[in-house]
Design a protein around this ligand. Structure first.
Ligand code: GUN
Length: 291
């Protein structure tokens, strides 16, 4: 079994980006600038956004963190987005999801200028992605493609089962892997909560992308020998033995599944760090487009 080391791979990508940024600065070009908006004080979301901002600093980007209270109205958030849309210094920005219940997430995503939508969530960018046209691919599926590529894992003609149909991960992942592209050309099954006989499907899979958000959902008796496992899940599970009171658990029962897998991502240190690296890559792309 080989660990798909997202921490190491993302560090390599960040190093490549840092070199490009140094080159931009040397040539008197604009420094890439990412802004992140977060509404409320959800602990996990704050951790993710802080990690994104810190990663910007590491590669030499400028970053702006906009923290808004959980009572922020939809209109106030839309105003904030309009400011970022027209600010020429901001190359790209993200609005961290989920948003509080009183804010319509879709309305917020639709308000983002697609040219600055480095999350790739705007319908214009989702549409372009679905048509295999150049665009911002959302960071988690983009990171998974990159991780498979850097470990030379072949997907062409393989049976892939994606578990979970979220707009952020499962749905785009299933589209991308079925497309005619380097990491693609797979026969993809998108499984979800209404899927019948899931183990029958997963036992046929050469590659499984688990993105369902249920800790340790995928067990060893659901997979075949030498399967490639990508675990997108990252749930905080209470653990009194930890100083922070929780541990992070993926969608895969790692201890048992790793015994059968040829490749597997750890949690943490697999998909998570790749997501951040690809957000930086998208921001660099936005910076080049605005040049
Ligand atoms: N919430 C969980 N993942 C993401 C992501 O990739 N981007 C944003 N904006 N919110 C998220």
């Amino acid at each position: 079994m080989i660990l798909l080391d997202g921490k190491k791979t993302s560090a390599d990508i960040k190093e490549e980006i840092a070199l490009e940024v140094a080159e931009l600065i040397k040539n008197d070009k604009k420094t890439p600038h990412l802004a992140a908006v977060i509404v409320g004080d959800d602990g996990a979301s704050l951790t993710y956004v802080n990690a994104k901002v810190k990663a910007c600093e590491r590669v030499g980007f400028e970053s702006t963190l906009i923290r808004l209270p959980k009572e922020t109205s939809e209109e106030e958030l839309l105003n904030e987005i309009e400011i970022l849309n027209i600010d020429n210094d901001i190359d790209g920005f993200i609005v961290q999801l989920p948003l509080p219940d009183h804010i319509n997430e879709q309305k917020i995503i639709m308000a983002i200028n697609p040219d600055k939508d480095v999350d790739g969530f705007h319908p214009t960018n989702v549409g372009k992605m679905a048509l295999n046209l150049p665009t911002f691919i959302s960071a988690t599926p983009f990171g998974i493609l990159e991780l498979l590529d850097r470990y030379n894992i072949k997907t062409s003609g393989k049976n892939v089962v994606v578990i979970g149909r979220s707009h952020i991960v499962g749905s785009p992942m299933s589209i991308l892997l079925s497309q005619k592209r380097k990491i693609g050309n797979a026969t993809v099954t998108l499984a979800h909560s209404r899927t019948k006989n899931l183990p029958e499907l997963t036992k046929q899979a050469d590659i499984i992308i688990a993105a369902i958000g249920i800790p340790e959902f995928l067990k060893a008796d659901m997979v075949k020998e030498d399967v490639v496992i990508v675990d997108v899940g990252i749930t905080r599970v209470a653990d009194a033995s930890r100083r922070n009171g929780f541990r992070l658990v993926g969608d895969v029962a790692f201890n048992e599944v790793s015994k059968k897998a040829s490749y597997i991502t750890p949690v943490p240190g697999g998909v998570g760090p790749m997501t951040i690296a690809m957000l930086l890559k998208n921001t660099l792309m936005a910076n080049k487009k605005n040049d």
